[in-house]
Ligand binder design. Structure first.
Ligand SMILES: Nc1ncnc2c1ncn2[C@@H]1O[C@H](COP(=O)(O)OP(=O)(O)OP(=O)(O)O)[C@@H](O)[C@H]1O
Ligand SMILES: [Mg+2]
Length: 227
């Protein structure tokens, strides 16, 4: 089954009375279990694509199906449930909640899912240990480096074990050693739990790890590589 499938997806943004054409007819399908990267220069539409695939934004025209469901046919509530249950998002700008500690940030999605408090704490501690942040549970985001905040964001996406993880430039703020560890962790998860990963990236290391690379330019798919 395809986890994400787009047909003729167009995304325009209105900006100061002009229109920015971020995606210009994108047809892509990502099967369950893929470990794939969307690569392209700055402004080519990578984040836009991930936001649409993650049901965080809506298309201007065309269709997107996530987990076999045409998202335009889902109610707001159904979309929220789909996002909450099935999709983990690692944002380019982390999007951590500043007033919450590290462990509170990570357990937040579990709280939304109604997971018992003690279990949420256990699972969050485990996710934080997996990304190498044991001992930092009680720090606030502003008390951590950019790379550490990125790892909190990754732990937050991993903790609910979603079927699909969308990661917008997950290694951009990490040194290459940490970046490699994070990619190895994601690959292990892909192999053991079958989690589908779609990355956006400029990073050649992410492209080395990816099994498939979709190159986009000016909002269109330029070419693809499969390994
Ligand atoms: N909210 C927005 N309003 C207006 N224009 C936007 C908005 N978000 C993105 N854009 C524009 O859409 C195009 C695609 O942006 P996008 O963020 O998807 O690129 P990207 O490939 O992720 O770039 P980067 O590698 O720099 O993160 C760019 O021209 C950008 O300026
Ligand atoms: Mg981007």
């Amino acid at each position: 089954m395809n986890v994400v499938e787009t047909s003729n997806v167009v995304k325009d943004y209105g900006l100061d009375g002009t229109t920015v054409h971020a995606l210009r007819g994108v047809n892509l399908a990502f099967a369950a279990g893929e470990f794939s990267a969307v690569a392209g220069p700055s402004g080519s539409g990578k984040s836009t694509f991930l936001h649409l695939a993650g049901c965080l934004d809506t298309v201007t025209s065309g269709n997107i199906a996530v987990a076999g469901k045409d998202v335009s046919l889902l109610s707001k509530k159904e979309l929220a449930l789909l996002r909450r249950n099935s999709i983990g998002f690692i944002f380019q700008a982390y999007n951590l909640i500043p007033v919450l500690s590290c462990i509170e940030n990570v357990s937040f999605p579990l709280t939304l899912l109604g997971v018992d408090k003690n279990e949420a704490r256990e699972r969050s501690l485990k996710a934080l240990a997996e990304v190498g942040l044991q001992g930092m549970e009680n720090r606030r985001p502003k008390e951590m480096s950019g790379g550490q905040q990125q790892r909190v964001a990754i732990a937050r996406a991993l903790v609910k074990a979603p079927a699909l993880i969308l990661a917008d430039e997950p290694t951009a703020n990490l040194d290459s050693k940490t970046g490699r560890e994070i990619l190895e962790l994601m690959l292990r998860l892909n192999k053991s739990a079958g989690t589908t990963f779609i990355f956006s990236t400029h990073d050649t290391m992410v492209m080395e790890f990816a099994r498939r690379i979709v190159h986009i330019r000016d909002g269109q798919v330029e070419r693809e590589e499969r390994k």
